[in-house]
Each structure stands twice: as structure tokens, then as C-alpha cells.
Design a protein around this ligand. Structure first.
Ligand SMILES: N[C@@H](Cc1ccc(O)cc1)C(=O)O
Length: 624
């Protein structure tokens, strides 16, 4: 990043403040290994994050000072950084002019997405990565949720009109994508801290929704001001329009007018957020150029038709498009067996997302590391050197996959996906099982979703099932050779079967023995185990303790977090159970024959007690 040859000596003390990765302190080999291992510090402290994202320009390095460094060649320019990462296809308005503007001024920049599905897919990431880099380097960045424009439907890059979706579907898509944009920002911050980008830069980000202004916009105003400045010729000349006009389907006026609305967004944000640059995928080039013309026209109207002033170059607009990615085999990037690779965890698990990037070929992995991660270029070079030493370890692919999952789902899920991968494809480790158990327990604890969350989850599931019916919910973690077997699914158990002495029945109900007598034999031969509650904390997974089951014990004493029971049969078979009240168990439709038998027996016993035929029944445990 620093060009030492051109660096004046006097500038040395200033280097501390440049937006470059902080030099890493020397760490001995053993510690490095430890850090790289499972316990790797991948989640920044809140205090680090707060410092990093703190927006107080006057407390940070002033822009002018940084501009001077760039001009002096001591720091790389923004355009150069984006080019180096492979994120630039075309620059509308001129590369050199944009380079100059971005050096002179921390302008506003935006990327818009229309919520046409409940999740973004990896194809959306390229323009977003360019935006995130500009955030890291201190520009005012906006991700725009197209809740207004989605109702019109962008025809760019499409050969057919979009089906209009139901109001409720649109509402849920908007909510899902809105949440996702926020979550992505959170992860960008965490990654920015983790990769050591300077906390002394003033950063600003916003998520806006264009429905907020488009629904207030009058059709007359739009046509009078903006429509009068947009030229039909260039709009008709676009490929997306031409192909549709040549085909039998044609194109609706609404779709044709889409660029007007996108252009209006820009004008609105030009006035309010000083947005002078729009970034988009390469299919957005036409819309972006139309927007630049429209903003120019609106500025001219605002000046009353007067010629532009001297400082016009400092206030003009630019467009930047990112390349369209295809894999080495020519497939459109972001499709897996014909299905989109979703960024939402409910539509594609962390494990599957990890696996998708792990399959990146050696030819492409370095380019993807530059495109999709925040690893400094120098670190990518190191990763590639290590990768070259033993290609079979796929070191670079693992780094890529982990960074991607950290960006999409968060660092802890990336650690989880990596551990699962190791558990799945190498010798099983008990740490792997511990992790899965912890995660399952956590999921049980978080299960109380709000009604809205339930609704959104169902929407995502049904959407992904409808667009990619072959995509299986993955990670049923069964039967990897040599590994402990932790089924992904948690089993429900009715609370009433948990009484002193009912462990054999519990093992049977959990599917770890086929009959009660088999379960009893298992317990008597010391082959049945249960996890002790409170053994092991979140940080210290390996200390979760298994205890051999004692036949007279009460399973209720082993409930973790009040409602989970973790059982193991023999060395390898593990089952995580969630204990629920009877109504919930029955509502889940799990009325197994043993359950009916249990209830019948219990009713008989209760009746006998009620009629005074027998005293209160001793515990079932006494009937060994
Ligand atoms: N038209 C863009 C999304 C978008 C929407 C509104 C904007 O202002 C900008 C971009 C797309 O389909 O990808």
C-alpha cells in the first residue's frame, strides 16, 4: 500500500494514521497456531467496534490530510484499490475524473437492490463489496432498499417481464432484505476491525428505503422535471428494451419507465446524502447512465438553466459497474446445480455456503479472495504462498469460505461451518460434537420466535423450495466414518415421561434403543451417558461433561437450560432432545406407540389411585 520510494521522510509520523492494516504485533509460533485454531479471535470486542464505527469527523484524521497523502503517492487512491480488488468493469463519467473526485472529496455513494426475493444471493455481493470498501476508506455509503421500485420491476438484463407477486409476498421480501442489509453492515464492521483497518477514519453508512420518497412523488412532478430531461433515444437503444421489442412479449410502459424512478432515487439522495456515485452490477450500466443524465438535468433546472459554475467538477455524478462473474466452466457465478446461492441462513445453511466456496478451483481462488474478502492484498499473497506449499489442504479455499460465511452469517457461524466441515470430512473430533450440541442447545433457547419472525421464516423456506426444489436442507450430520454421530435434528420429548427411574424409557423415546429392555441393558452395562447441566460454558466447549446414566436417576435433573436433554449411547451415537409439555408434543404429531401406551398406563394408575384400590403408586423406577 505504501510506496516507500516516494515517501518524504518528514511524513513518517503521519503514516500511523493512514487507512492501512495496522501492523500486527509479533506473535510467537505457538500462539499463532493457537490463534488460528478453533479459539481464533474472530469476533471483535464491542469497544473495538464502537471505536471503529464511531462517526465524528472532527475526531478523526481530516480528509484533506488523507487527500494529500494520496496525491503524494503515499497512499493508494480509492479507484486504484477497487481496481486492484478486481471490482471495476466500467466507469461512467471517466476513470481519471472519478479518481480525482474521490481523492478530493469524501462523496456519498450508493448501491440499490430491489427486494424481488426474501434474500440476496452471492451475485449481489460484488457491487456491495465495492461499496463496503468505500465505507472502510471513509466515504458516506448508502445501501438502498428498493421497496418502491420493486413494484415496477427493473427490466434490465431480463428477457421476460417479472411476475407480479402478491402484496403479502412483497411485504415479506422487503422486510427480509431490509434486515439482511442491516446484518451485512454489522458483519462488515466486524470484518473491518478484524482485518485491522484504521479506526482513525470517519465512516458513515445508511440503509434507506426508496418507498419513503417515491410514494410521495407526484406523477406530474416526475414527468415535468425529470421526464423532460431523459431522452427516449438512449432508453430505446438499450439491449434489454430492444430484445423485448423484437420478441412477441413486448414491454409495458411501467417497465420501460423504470429508469426514471431509479434516476429519481439518485436525485433525491444527491440532494440529501450528497450521493455522487452509483455502483451496480454490469446490467445496471444503462440505468446508471440514465440517472447521471437526469441528475445533470435537475441540477440545470435548479440553476435556472445557467451554465455550470466553476466547482461543477466537484459536484458531478459518476457511475461504476462491477464485472459479471462466470466460473471457469462458463456457468453464471452464484448458481449451485442450477440454484442460486443465497446469503440468508434460513435459505442456505452456513455449512452449505462454506462448501460452495470450498469448491472454488485453484485457478479462481486468488481472484475470489480479492473480490469477496477484506483481506489486505499482502495477506492474500501470504495465503497463496501457504496454499502453494500443499494444494491438497485447500488453504486458500478455506480462508475464502470462512470469510464469506463471516460476511453473510457472522464470524461464529463461520467457525461453526469450518468445524462441521472438519467433522464431516476428516476424523471425527469430539470438539465437533460439542460444537453441534452447543449450537443445538442455543437454537432451542432461541426458539421462541416472534410471530413476525415465524412468518418470515416460513416465507423464506417456501420461496427457496419453490425456486430450487432440489436444494436439500443440509447438515443432517449422521454417520461420517469414524466420527461421533450427532443428528442435526433435535427430538421432542414429553415432559411427563421424565420421572425418577424413567431413563430407559427416555433413551428409547430418543431413538437410542429400540425397546425399554434394550435401553435398560445399555444403562446397566454403563453404555448410556447424559450431559451434565452447567458443565462447560460457551467459551469452553470442550468441558461439556458426559456422565454415565444411573438407572434410578431423574432425567429432569439433567435438563440443560431447563428444557434440553443430551444423551449418548455407546461411544458415538448422540441425541439432543428438547423437552416440551404434552400438548406441544402431541401438536407436533409425534404420537409414537410408546407414548400411547405410556398414557394408557398412566391413566389406569391414576384411576386406581382415585378409586382407592391402591395407595399412591411408587415410582416406575422401582419396577426394574
Ligand atoms: N434496479 C436495481 C436496483 C436499484 C433500485 C433502485 C435504485 O435507485 C438503484 C438500484 C436492480 O434491479 O438491481
Amino acid at each position: 500500500m505504501i510506496k516507500h520510494s516516494t515517501m518524504p521522510l518528514a511524513a513518517l509520523p503521519l503514516l500511523r494514521r493512514l487507512p492501512r492494516p495496522r501492523p500486527r504485533p509479533y506473535v510467537c509460533q505457538q500462539c499463532t497456531r493457537n490463534r488460528r485454531s478453533f479459539q481464533e479471535k474472530s469476533i471483535p470486542l464491542d469497544s473495538e467496534l464502537a471505536k471503529w464505527t464511531h462517526y465524528k469527523p472532527d475526531e478523526k484524521v481530516p480528509w484533506g490530510e488523507r487527500a494529500r497523502h494520496i496525491r503524494a503517492g503515499m497512499e493508494e487512491s480509492m479507484v486504484h484499490v477497487l481496481e486492484q480488488r478486481g471490482l471495476v468493469k466500467d466507469v461512467a463519467g471517466g476513470r481519471e475524473a472519478l479518481d480525482w473526485l474521490l481523492t478530493e472529496k469524501p462523496i456519498g455513494v450508493y448501491v440499490g437492490v430491489d427486494p424481488t426475493a426474501p434474500s440476496l444471493h452471492v451475485g449481489h455481493l460484488l457491487p456491495l463489496m465495492a461499496l463496503y470498501w468505500m465505507y472502510i476508506y471513509g466515504y458516506h455509503t448508502v445501501t438502498l432498499l428498493g421497496a418502491g421500485t420493486v413494484q415496477i420491476g427493473d427490466p434490465s438484463g431480463r428477457t421476460t417481464a417479472r411476475q407480479r407477486s402478491a402484496e403479502s409476498t412483497q411485504r415479506m421480501n422487503i422486510q427480509c432484505i431490509g434486515n439482511q442489509l442491516e446484518v451485512l453492515w454489522k458483519h462488515v464492521n466486524a470484518l473491518g476491525v478484524r482485518h485491522g483497518y484504521s479506526p482513525e477514519i470517519s465512516r458513515r453508512r445508511e440503509v434507506l428505503n426508496n418507498r419513503d420518497w417515491l410514494q410521495k412523488l407526484s406523477a406530474v412532478d416526475l414527468m415535468r422535471d425529470l421526464g423532460s430531461g431523459m431522452r427516449l433515444g438512449s432508453m430505446l437503444a438499450r439491449d434489454s428494451v430492444k430484445t423485448r421489442m423484437e420478441g412477441s412479449e413486448g414491454m409495458s410502459v411501467a417497465e420501460f419507465s423504470y429508469p426514471l424512478f431509479q434516476a429519481y432515487d439518485w436525485w433525491h439522495m444527491y440532494c440529501n446524502q450528497h450521493v455522487q456515485l452509483q455502483i451496480g452490477g454490469s446490467d445496471q450500466y444503462g440505468n446508471i447512465c440514465a440517472g447521471m443524465d437526469a441528475v445533470d438535468h435537475m441540477r440545470k433546472l435548479r440553476r435556472g438553466g445557467a451554465p455550470p459554475g466553476e466547482d461543477d467538477t466537484l459536484n458531478t455524478t459518476f457511475g461504476l459497474t462491477t464485472p459479471l462473474l462466470t466460473t471457469a466452466s462458463g456457468e453464471k457465478f452464484g448458481k449451485s446445480a442450477g440454484n442460486a446461492v443465497w446469503l440468508d441462513q434460513d435459505m442456505m445453511s452456513s455449512f452449505d455456503l462454506y462448501q460452495y466456496f470450498l469448491r472454488t478451483s485453484d485457478d479462481e481462488v486468488e481472484r475470489y479472495l480479492r473480490l469477496f474478502t477484506f483481506l489486505p492484498i499482502s495477506e492474500i499473497a501470504l495465503v497463496m504462498t501457504r496454499h502453494g506449499e500443499d494444494g491438497s489442504k485447500r488453504i486458500a479455499q478455506h480462508v475464502l469460505a470462512k470469510e464469506l460465511v463471516s460476511l453473510a452469517h457472522g464470524a461464529s457461524w463461520a467457525v461453526d461451518a469450518e468445524a462441521k466441515h472438519k467433522g464431516a470430512f476428516s476424523e471425527g473430533t469430539s470438539r465437533f460434537s460439542q460444537l453441534v450440541i452447543r449450537k443445538a442447545l442455543k437454537n432451542i433457547a432461541n426458539q421462541e420466535r416472534s410471530k413476525v419472525e415465524e412468518e418470515l421464516l416460513a416465507h423464506k423456506k417456501s420461496y427457496s423450495a419453490s425456486v430450487s426444489p432440489t436444494q436439500q436442507p443440509s447438515s443432517s450430520l449422521t454417520a461420517f466414518p469414524g466420527s461421533e454421530t450427532v443428528p442435526g435434528a433435535v427430538k421432542l420429548l414429553p415432559l411427563s415421561i421424565l420421572q425418577s427411574g424413567t431413563f430407559p424409557r427416555v433413551f428409547c423415546a430418543a431413538g437410542l434403543a429400540s425397546t425399554i429392555s434394550e435401553a435398560r441393558r445399555l444403562i446397566q452395562s454403563q453404555g448410556a451417558y447424559v450431559i451434565c447441566p452447567n458443565s462447560g460454558t460457551e467459551e469452553n466447549l470442550t468441558s461439556l461433561k458426559w456422565e454415565p446414566v444411573w438407572i434410578g436417576a431423574d432425567p429432569k435433573d439433567y435438563l440443560v437450560d431447563f428444557d434440553a436433554l443430551v444423551l449418548r449411547s455407546g461411544k458415538t451415537k448422540i441425541q439432543i432432545c428438547q423437552v416440551v409439555v404434552e400438548e406441544k408434543f402431541e401438536a407436533a404429531g409425534l404420537n409414537a406407540p410408546w407414548w400411547e401406551a405410556f398414557k394408557a398406563k398412566r391413566d389406569l394408575e391414576a384411576e386406581a389411585v382415585a378409586k382407592g384400590w391402591v395407595g399412591k403408586q411408587p415410582h416406575l423406577s422401582s419396577r426394574k
